[in-house]
Design a protein around this ligand. Structure first.
Ligand code: ZN
Length: 379
């Protein structure tokens, strides 16, 4: 099973990829909004060598699109093995100012020639700044108010038009709003190359969680309402949502409990058990999970059928699960350096039994020292 890991802080690549193995994830897509940001081919190659000895599962690297990005710089990163690119349309982890519309156009024009996707954190900068100026303090409900539905929708509409004009693959990641689904449906109906990802926390949590765990559940975009979770689950079943990501962001508990809490939470060790539990409850089909966590991901990034399939020539990566065993979420025992979760204490039906990477057992109840490969586009 392949996992899309978005928005990670990679200095902890060893604990992060151990968490992936324990969570049944055999391939992670590492985000570029790190220190330093991965915004050139030199940085990409440097990071590849830096994290390679720490990878317990296979890994791919994204390049960053920022306002200073150029067509030739993007091409160099593709040649150096960038699996995709990420752009941030509004303020979030890393505080990277959004690219101008002109830069975005120039980048998408290059990406469309290479068939490489742009992943987008789609929340509009101007609108967020406006609503944030009205929010009061670090309360998670104020955070929710500072990023209303219109921020995601506004950004999604812009991306729809840029994707249509350039023909480039644009994948909106971590969608939390039911309203954005209308844009994805429209794209599908008119054959526009715009698709979307959601995350497990948007499927199984709603704003009630803020009363229980406060800023532990603070995310960008924010966890919203029950109607959003229901609509996102439906969108998985009907094919409107293409992939499910973990958005693994291992901030420490101290940071999350501070007066200036960051957004993000660990997601790698809860994702597959939560989805298996939804299968047991009849809310999803087992084939939905395989499609959205593996097959669709591999196809989006040009990795199919080396990944996303079990065929002659496919990489020997497998996740073996049991639907009849239970997982008790115990955040203290996470391999991730972030030892908390809004799902802490949950007892879920379904369990990751084995994670196999390149034919070797990476996890069988404990993580083993398996070396993951660097993965770049094959087709
Ligand atoms: Zn993001």
């Amino acid at each position: 099973m392949t996992g899309v890991q978005t928005c990670a802080l990679p200095i902890y690549f060893s604990t992060g990829t151990s968490a992936a193995a324990a969570g049944g994830i055999t391939l992670v897509f590492e985000m570029p909004n790190t220190i330093p940001p991965v915004d050139s081919d030199a940085r990409l190659l440097e990071k590849k060598e830096l994290v390679r000895p720490k990878a317990h599962v296979d890994f791919a690297l994204h390049g960053l699109v920022r306002d200073t990005s150029t067509a030739s710089g993007i091409e160099k990163m593709i040649k150096s093995g960038a699996i995709g690119f990420k752009a941030f349309m509004g303020p979030t982890t890393g505080n990277i100012p959004p690219p101008s519309h002109g830069t975005l156009y120039e980048v998408l024009d290059v990406l469309s020639k290479h068939g490489v996707p742009l992943l987008v954190h789609a929340e509009d900068d101007n609108l967020i700044n406006y609503f944030t100026s009205k929010a009061k303090g670090p309360d998670p409900f104020e955070h929710l108010k500072s990023r209303p539905y219109v921020c995601e929708m506004f950004s999604a509409m812009e991306l729809l038009s840029l994707s249509e004009y350039t023909g480039a693959k644009v994948h909106i990641v971590h969608i939390s709003s039911r309203h954005v689904l209308k844009v994805l449906k429209w794209a599908r109906e008119y054959g526009i190359n715009l698709s979307g990802e959601t995350c497990t926390h948007y499927l199984f949590l709603n704003s009630d969680i803020y009363k229980k765990v406060g800023n532990i559940a603070r995310m960008n975009p924010p966890i919203r309402e029950k109607e959003d979770s229901e609509a996102l689950l439906n969108a998985i079943r009907d094919g409107t949502i293409l992939t499910i990501g973990s958005d693994h962001s291992p901030h420490t508990l101290e940071e999350k409990l501070s007066d200036n809490p960051p957004s993000g939470m660990p997601g790698l060790e809860t994702q597959v058990p939560l989805l298996l539990n939804a299968v047991k409850e009849g809310r999803l089909d087992l084939t939905d999970i395989v499609r959205l966590l593996s097959e669709n991901v591999a196809k989006l990034f040009g990795l199919y059928p080396r990944y996303g399939a079990v065929l002659p020539g496919s990489r020997g990566n497998l996740t073996i699960v049991s639907l009849n065993s239970e997982t008790k979420i115990n955040a203290q025992k996470f391999y991730s350096k972030a030892k908390y979760s809004p799902f802490d204490g949950a007892v879920l039906s379904g369990k990751v039994m084995y994670t196999i990477v390149g034919g070797d057992i990476a996890y069988d109840g404990e993580v083993h020292d398996v070396r993951g490969e660097f993965v770049s586009k094959i087709s």
